[in-house]
Design a protein around this ligand. Structure first.
Ligand code: HEC
Ligand code: HEC
Length: 239
């Protein structure tokens, strides 16, 4: 970690004040400026400890923008990122969000983890049908038919690791610092699911081969968008 932070502080000057930098050796392109980010958010290394770093390339821009502001403003907690984003304006964050959203990188192969047939059945049913009895909509009604997200605010669910997905559900259920200080549609859904269900869903998602693109905004029915307070078109003007 110490090593990692040293690298980050090395890059931080590029990122925060690239335009004022006197360095002539580093070209001032977005690709150079976001090197501080791709130390952790590359498309490789989805094993071991690194499995925790979520992929951000190709995710809808509004979602990335919202999350980066959450980290900056303390609504989602991960200190190395909070430090990097601390002094960035909304405009600059939006620029970075658009850069990563348009970045096309190949996806890592599906994770190699064991899943039992009952777990497949359980996950499949919640993801595609939901559980109306507990007011849990199908995941695909918000995350898109292909589970690749819906522009501009809803992230895809494929290409993420089992460890990352489970941890996010843990944060939504417990509230607190890591994610979801404010209650939203995901924290409500997470609280209605059992540990067994969450584990089955996280495994099922992590073993899929990724294909497809985020769906267009029209794919999100208003009955679902109304459930999520964080989907606010006012937050993003020209997407
Ligand atoms: C030291 C490693 C590290 C660095 C450097 C880093 N991140 Fe992250 N990032 C993470 C981790 C870990 C998470 C997940 C944290 C959590 O559990 O909520 C994350 C989450 C995110 C998310 C939310 C992803 C999602 O799917 O919800 C975005 C967006 C993001 N980072 C963007 C950036 C950008 C842009 C930079 C550069 C300014 C950056 N990160 C630098 C490790 C890092
Ligand atoms: C009513 C709409 C809705 C439904 C239904 C829904 N989600 Fe979500 N989900 C969202 C929104 C909105 C976000 C982004 C939250 C944010 O901005 O913090 C999200 C975020 C996520 C993320 C975070 C992805 C990342 O990159 O960090 C995961 C994982 C997730 N949802 C899993 C699921 C699963 C699994 C289901 C089905 C059990 C589900 N969702 C059902 C709206 C929904």
């Amino acid at each position: 970690m110490k090593h990692c932070c040293l690298i980050i502080s090395f890059f931080i000057s590029n990122l925060v004040s690239a335009s004022e930098s006197l360095s002539v050796t580093v070209p001032d392109t977005m690709e150079e400026r976001v090197k501080a980010c791709t130390i952790c958010h590359s498309n490789k290394n989805r094993v071991g400890r690194d499995a925790y770093y979520p992929r951000i390339a190709g995710k809808p821009a509004g979602y990335l923008f919202n999350q980066m502001r959450n980290f900056r403003d303390g609504r989602r907690y991960y200190q190395p990122m909070a430090i990097l984003l601390e002094n960035m304006s909304d405009e600059y964050i939006l620029e970075i969000a658009r850069y990563f959203s348009s970045l096309q990188l190949s996806y890592p192969p599906p994770e190699k983890i064991g899943i039992r047939p009952e777990e497949i059945k359980l996950a499949d049913s919640l993801i595609h049908l939901g559980d109306p009895g507990r007011d849990v909509p199908a995941c695909k009604s918000c995350h898109g038919e292909a589970l690749m997200g819906i522009k501009p605010f809803i992230p895809g669910l494929l290409g993420l690791s089992h460890a990352y997905i489970s941890a996010q559900f843990g944060s939504w259920r417990n509230g607190g610092l890591m994610r979801g200080q404010n209650s939203n549609c995901m924290s409500e859904i997470a609280k209605r699911l059992t540990d067994e269900e969450i584990n089955a869903i996280a495994k099922w998602l992590a073993i899929q081969t990724v294909s497809g693109e985020p769906s267009l905004p029209g794919a999100l029915a208003s009955e679902f968008s109304h459930r999520c307070s964080n989907i606010d078109p006012e937050n993003m003007h020209s997407e």
